[in-house]
Design a protein around this ligand. Sequence first.
Ligand code: SF4
Length: 322
Amino acid sequence: MNKHARPEVVVSKCLGFEACRWNGETVHEPFVELLGSWVRWHPVCPEVAIGLGVPRDPIRVVEQKGLPRLLQPATGRDCTRDMQDFCAEHLDALGLVDGFLLKNRSPSCGPLDVKIYSSLKPGASSRRGPGFFGGEVMRRFPMLAVEHEGRLHNFMLRERWLTRLFTLADFRRMAGKDSMGELVKFHSRHKLLLMAYNQQQLRIMGALVANPEKRAAPEVIAVYGDHLGKALARSPSAGQVINVLMHAEGYFKKQLNAAEKALFLETLDKYRAKKLPLSVAQALLGSWIARFGSDYLAGQSFFAPYPEELMEISDSGKGRDY
Ligand code: SF4
C-alpha cells in the first residue's frame, strides 16, 4: 500500500498531553505515545476550557427531570450551559478530522460509559451513558473513528479503530485532490477491505466510481465518502474475512500445491475457531504474493490497513470479537 496518510485525531488532553485531570494528574497511555509518530493530535480539555481550574472539585452528570445536567457537588456550580456552549463552539470550528480518542468514564469526555447519577445525594443510583463532550462527538460524527482509551486495550477493538482511522485518513487525503482518477485508485486499493466489511456498500461504491453520468468529481467523492462511512461502521464477521482470504488465495490456485492449499484451509479453520489471529493467514498470503507476484494484491490495504509498527498484539481484553 502507499505510505499511510497521517490521521487527524482529536484527543483528550489528559491522555499524556497535560496534567489537567481534576486531581492535577495525567494518564500515562503507552499506546498514545506509540501512536504519536503516526497521527496528528488535536488535544482538548473541555473542563479546563470552561474555566474549571486544576486541581478542581470533581463534576458529575446528574439526571434531573429527564435531562442530564453537569454539576459540581462541592460548589453547587451548574456547568451544563457552559459545557454545551463549549462543545458546540469547539466542534463547529473543528477542521477535517478522522477520529477521536477520548478519556473513558469522564463526565465530559467519556463517549458512552459515564456514570449518570439519579441525584446529588450520597449513594445515589446510577446508570451508564455518554458524557457531554463525548456524547456530542458521537452524535455529530457517527461515521468517524471514535473510541475511548479503555476499549483500545483490547487488541481487536484497537485493530478495528486503527483500520477505520487510517482508511478515513487515506480517503481525506484522496478527496483533497478532487480527481476521479484518484478516486478510482482509492477504490481499487481498498477493494478487499471493503469486500470484507460490507459487500452491499462495495457494490454501490463501485457503481459510483464507474460514474456513467459523468458527474463532477467533488460531487461523486462526497457521496462516495458517505458510503465509505457506512461501509466501515460495522466490523466484518469472521466469515466475511475468510471469504476475502479465499478470494485472494484464488489468485494462486495454479501455483500452490495440495499441501499448501491444505495448510491454508487449516489456518482458516483455526482463525474461525479463534485459535489463530488473522495476521497468520495474512502472512501466508503475503509470502505467496512475494513468491508468485501480484501487484493488485500487494497494493491491497486489507493486508496492511495501518502501519505495521502499530500492530501490537498485547491485549488486556478477551479474545476476538469478529
Ligand atoms: S477527561 Fe477530558 S475533561 Fe477530564 S481532564 Fe481529561 S481532557 Fe479534561
